[in-house]
Design a binder for this molecule. Structure first.
Ligand SMILES: NC(=O)c1ccc[n+]([C@@H]2O[C@H](COP(=O)([O-])OP(=O)(O)OC[C@H]3O[C@@H](n4cnc5c(N)ncnc54)[C@H](OP(=O)(O)O)[C@@H]3O)[C@@H](O)[C@H]2O)c1
Length: 331
């Protein structure tokens, strides 16, 4: 088993290495690939130095499984050619809605890896991955009709550039210096921005539409979902305020029991000061946390919850390595 990571120097690529190490994922050879500017750099992994290879000259036949974490344009240009020689697990949005490419959260629809036709599997958007992980066990029991979600997304969702910019802007603000945004449309330090990805004609952003379309593809076409996606000045972990309307009645005890027993989920919900999850505590953890579980008193069979998860793990690296494990197990 040889594996490769395209985008190995980025946020998701580096996290993928961490997950591979933590899970003790078995491999014979590892190939790390990035842009020409990183070619020749050394990355230390499990007491061994690896030289970063240039994507432009990299030979895809060297690995059985290749993780792509270098953005949609790179996946568009290279993934299908790569898939002639290696199974591609793609973190970008480029193939997610392709009917011939399964979109997988292993705990939710892992068996669909078998439907792979192009030798490519897509990893969902970070906000969608943590949401469907929680929705799936509830949908199985109470049948979800509609979801209204507002996200509070960390800057790492945009890559390492935006993370550096939040730190730089924070220092500039405290030093009383002029702030000129680079990766964001407005100042992000001490502010929030209700805009992630580009605008569509209907006024929604692409990030919001991804949440609707990907949830339908992964979980159930019949689920109606409307989203508002907001970038906040937090480094890692995305939070979501979620309103769910079910077809069937539920009790809060049933919701807590179901989520506590769901793989990858953990209920952290005490109605007292600090008895809930926050992004800082979720960072570096594999679990997706559910807090603030309350009845929506304005509508029958409706529920309010708060979900927090590490976007670089469940939303990217952890999910993609679990996809690789699922593919290997299915063979
Ligand atoms: N961050 C998240 O929460 C998250 C969640 C789900 C999915 N994703 C997706 O994962 C992908 C990577 O995101 P990220 O956050 O890791 O971004 P990032 O931190 O900006 O890293 C980008 C990576 O892509 C490489 N790259 C850029 N241009 C390249 C080129 N021309 N040729 C080869 N490699 C190139 C970079 O290499 P250099 O260092 O050499 O430039 C770097 O390794 C994106 O598609 C993103 O949408 C991210």
């Amino acid at each position: 088993m040889n594996i490769a990571i395209v985008g190995a120097t980025g946020n998701v690529g580096r996290k993928t290495l961490e997950v591979i190490e933590k899970k003790n994922f078995k491999f014979d050879n590892l190939y790390l690939v990035a842009s020409p500017k990183s070619a020749g750099k050394k990355i230390s992994f499990k007491n061994k130095d690896y030289l970063v290879e240039n994507l432009e000259t990299y030979d895809f036949s060297k690995a059985n499984i290749t993780f792509f974490a270098a953005g949609g344009k790179i996946s568009e240009k290279y993934a299908e050619k790569a898939a002639e020689h290696t199974t591609v697990i793609d973190n970008s949005s480029f193939f997610r809605m392709d009917p011939d490419v399964p979109l997988i959260v292993p705990q939710v629809n892992g068996s669909e890896v078998k439907k792979m036709k192009k030798n490519i599997i897509a990893n969902p958007n970070c906000s969608t991955a943590q949401l469907v992980l929680v929705l799936k066990p509830l949908h199985d029991l109470f049948k979800i009709k509609r979801v209204v979600v507002s996200t509070y997304q960390s800057v790492s969702g945009g890559g390492k550039g935006p993370m550096d910019e939040l730190i730089d802007q924070t220092k500039e603000y405290l030093d009383g210096k002029k702030i000129v945004p680079k990766n964001f449309t407005k100042q992000i330090a001490f502010n929030i921005i209700p805009h992630i990805d580009i605008f569509a004609d209907d006024g929604y952003t692409k990030e919001e539409l991804k949440m609707t379309n990907e949830t339908k593809k992964i979980l159930d076409e019949k689920i109606e979902l409307t989203a508002t996606c907001v970038r906040i000045p937090v480094l890692v972990s995305h939070s979501e305020a979620v309103n769910i309307e079910f077809e069937k009645p539920y009790t809060l005890e049933m919701i807590r029991d179901t989520l506590n027993n769901a793989e990858g989920c953990e209920v952290l919900d005490k109605t007292e000061d600090g008895g809930y999850s926050t992004p800082l505590e979720a960072t570096g953890k594999d679990e997706t946390y559910i807090s603030r579980i309350r009845k929506d008193k304005t509508k029958e069979n409706a529920l309010n919850i708060w979900i927090v998860s590490d976007n670089l793990l469940r939303g990217a690296a952890l999910n993609s390595v679990e996809i690789a494990e699922t593919i290997i197990n299915s063979k």
